[in-house]
Ligand binder design. Structure first.
Ligand code: ATP
Length: 192
């Protein structure tokens, strides 16, 4: 069975692409969902985060996700520490869930930080949903973000060229959702 990564910068259209592929019958595993489970209340990771970053990030057994987000945003060392804690666990869980799936159909891992976490070594191919920075900013603005925050988050992610370098397939998402859907259906058929 093939493992295919689906990635792209923030607000590039990964979730929409995953939804379209799921409607085509693709089996989708979501790294963000797993990451959330790995810091669910009471999980040992929560305790470890409190020990390393400070008790102010915990409320009992629950992580203050908003405060943590602010720290990670401002502190590259804390960000690197959290990533080295979680990425290996996310990778292991994605492998475990993939191994439970039967059949020859590919399974698609949706991984926003695929390049940053070096997931490509576990994958047979990577599909990049590619949107230019101006459009990422515009989609974030529509989500209610201010432009400065959008710019900072985009700048913190790996650059578009790095994603393109490791991509097996690149689907631009510049036009309508219907156009994205058409391109993805074509890609999905050619894959199988
Ligand atoms: P994140 O990195 O934040 O998880 P994402 O890459 O999963 O984002 P989506 O949530 O799929 O991106 O898309 C971001 C926003 O842009 C959503 O509101 C989505 O509906 C919209 N969008 C995505 N593609 C298109 C398109 N081709 N035309 C119009 N709107 C789009």
């Amino acid at each position: 069975m093939h493992r295919i990564g689906l990635t792209g910068g923030i607000a590039s259209g990964k979730s929409l692409a995953a939804e379209i592929l799921a409607n085509q019958g693709a089996r989708i595993l979501d790294a963000d969902l797993i990451a959330r489970e790995l810091v669910a209340p009471g999980h040992p990771n929560v305790h470890q985060i409190g020990q390393y970053l400070g008790p102010q990030y915990l409320c009992g057994q629950t992580l203050n996700r908003e405060l943590l987000r602010q720290r990670i945003f401002a502190d590259p060392t804390a960000k690197a520490w959290l990533e080295q804690l979680l990425h290996p666990q996310i990778r292991a869980e994605l492998l475990r869930q993939s191994s439970l799936l039967e059949g020859e159909e590919p399974v698609i891992w949706v991984v926003p930080l695929l390049v940053e976490g070096n997931y490509q070594k576990l994958l047979d191919g990577v599909l990049l949903i590619d949107a230019p920075v101006w459009l990422q900013r515009e989609r974030l603005r529509l989500r209610g973000w201010d432009l400065a925050t959008a710019g900072r988050v985009i700048a913190q992610q790996s650059h578009a060229e790095e994603r393109r370098k490791i991509a097996t397939w690149i689907i631009p998402n510049l036009q309508s959702p219907a156009e994205l859907s058409k391109r993805l259906q074509h890609w999905w058929k050619s894959l199988r």
